[in-house]
Design a protein around this ligand. Sequence first.
Ligand code: HEC
Ligand SMILES: [Cu+2]
Length: 380
Amino acid sequence: MRNRPLLQMLAIAVIGVAILIPLALIVPWFPSQGSRQAGNVRTLYDVLLIASVPIFVIVLTVVGFSVWKFHMKPGEEEKDGPPIHGNTRLEVVWTVMPAILIISLCTYAYTVLRSNEATKKDAMTVNVTTRQFAFEFSYPNGVVSPILYLPNDRPVVFNLHSLDVVHSFFVPNFSVKLDAVPGITTTLRITPDKIGTYPVECTELCGAGHSLMRSTVIVQTPANFAAWLGSQKPNGPPPVGTPPPNGAAPGIPGSGATASSSASSATSSTSSSSATGAAAGKALFTGSAGCSSCHTLAAAGATGTVGPDLDTRLRTDCATAASKAIRGATLEECIHTAITKPYAYLPHGYAAGIMPATFSKTLTQTQIQSLVNFLASMAK
Ligand code: HEC
Ligand SMILES: [Cu+2]
């Protein structure tokens, strides 16, 4: 009879475990599985659940049972419990059991990590370039895309780069993620195993537009992927932010800055007028430059609300005397300064420090000019 409370607690714990383990395994903790790695991670997660539920139940049962059975009764206020000190057998058990449990779970998690990060032959390399606040994906043949296209069942090695701050590349359906750190290249391996369209998210708070830093991954059959890749223009413009070729310095066109910058803008406008055209500007605005995550602009289908609504504010703000004095007299000069020196003149109601101040370094002069041409054509 001395062991009766123990047996009662054991019975409650067994029932609790029997109910909670199936419940924990039924809960859909993850979005649908889209990669081999995700399969491994999910099995690991199930094992962790099966290991933690009994511990959770045992602790709660002992606490609950004690409150119910052994609480102080009226008249016992002055009493104390029996003075028990030391129980070697118990202490050995509660040290050795958790140690075994933790060592086995760590070993298992390590093997999952090893197998998820294993080098696979026939892997395809995709470069992921991150910037405030957009992703850009480039393929070995020079195709660059703001949307990630992948062939199903083919191992992919992602080389992550960041042009400004720390970002993180995460596709929840793939169940693995990695930081993109400025100055170094980090590597993530994923083998997609289910055809579908999934979200790509940045999971590192990287600035005011962080919540809008998203893209899409489209996993296709290898044949469809090859067709897509073949239909793209190879060796297109490099990812936004790649240092300007030939060291062309970012400058302010028309501001009569240096001889070299006006010379290079003259050559760029003659040799590659299409690259500075409004169409190229629109592509940058909506895609890789990430402007549309903060600005509204109907012509670009952009609905961002962090910065001024460019449909209305561009014309009016650039027309005020104060802005003209600081940003330059013409509409083009005003827009150029707004992009390259965003805090020189702050439109009414907006604070400094939100629009990235790095565009003069991370965009080429050609790219900036195309944005200026595009926005000016919208505001005229
Ligand atoms: C993180 C959000 C964010 C991003 C990304 C962003 N902007 Fe801005 N933008 C702002 C804010 C806030 C302002 C107003 C304050 C200022 O001028 O710094 C602004 C101001 C402007 C202005 C001046 C508007 C006016 O009313 O005078 C222009 C033009 C502009 N941005 C263009 C761009 C372009 C082009 C890009 C992409 C290359 C871009 N912005 C990216 C937030 C952003
Ligand atoms: Cu980010």
